[in-house]
Design a binder for this molecule. Sequence first.
Ligand code: SF4
Length: 403
Amino acid sequence: MNSIREIYRIGRGPSSSHTMGPESACKLMKRLYPIAERFEVTLLGSLAKTGVGHRTDYAIYKAFEGIPVDIIFNTEEQLLKHPNTLKIRGFKNDNLICDYTFYSIGGGAIEIEGSDKIENKTVYSESRFRDVENVCMNGNISICQYIKNNEDKEIFIYLNSVWKQMKDTIYSGLAKFQTIPGGLGLKRRANTLYDFAQKEKDYSKKERYTISAYAYATSEENASGEVIVTAPTCGSAGVLPAVLMYEQQHSGFSDDEIVEALAVAGIIGNIVKTNASISGAECGCQAEVGTACAMASAALCKLHGLSLKQIECAAEIAIEHNLGLTCDPVKGLVQIPCIERNAAAALQAYDLANLAEVIYYNKKVSFDLVVKTMFETGKDLSCRYRETAEGGLASLFNNSSKF
Ligand code: SF4
């Protein structure tokens, strides 16, 4: 597996695979071919179908700032190796000087066709939960020690900056009221939810409104193209920060304890990314929000001192009960159902961590098995439900007056 840094990327929303991935591919080409006088970018698959709604074109123009670039949205080509494909060609004196195909594989990561992964390098020999657990048990070490043993020395400094950004994004989202851009006319709700929570007398409701407000704050910032942290993607960026923020404020966990929980959640996201997918275009929303829910449940278990078996159980239940979750963003925007779904998953993460605390022993389904199942299910999903905005809510929304 790669570093957990790859799970937590700080950057602008609204979509890690549609903005961060293409942006880094374009920046790489600009760096590799400084003599190019112009570039041509062809977007294919989901990038072509929902690229405008996800602001892919804006990310590309920003990446090539100062250099002319033509963007072609090719929605016709079907038999793609990856649903998020982009081709970048560079020219000098109208002569072709470079021609590369990239895949935006989710969470902002990219791969280049015909070469090894260009960004990531393996830092963990293990790729399944069972292997990680064996190393921890045989070496009598905690999962955090396992992470320290494999990552570079700066990893916890990096995770501290991740946590700081997560908090900044929530504070920033809570302070805004504007309509979210994109044309749906969606009003921000984070502040309203937060105010409601302050006035609520019932403790359980207060708790749930507050957690929801935090999830909305991040997701609304993401939908507005502001800075967020992928966890594991932009579309699902609201889930994990919401539970961590609530835990810090209401249970008093220190920044160091929160950062350790982030590290554990990162391993969960990493296992999914390595063995299945965290890309909505590849496997639907189960891969994005389902994984985020698993990460958040695992983080909660870690914060409350539960065992590795309980952490595994919580993450497993989260994936299992998000199996088949489709991706059908209305107008290709990361707004409906995405924002609300982040809040729903954050609330669910609490219930699953509680459930796992009790029912973890003698489980028949392992985390590794459910991750594999999620991947198979994702491959079986019609492409209408994989970030093409062609099915489900995305297709029926236009006729919503009939319902
Ligand atoms: S529905 Fe889920 S996978 Fe699709 S764009 Fe929204 S958050 Fe991402």
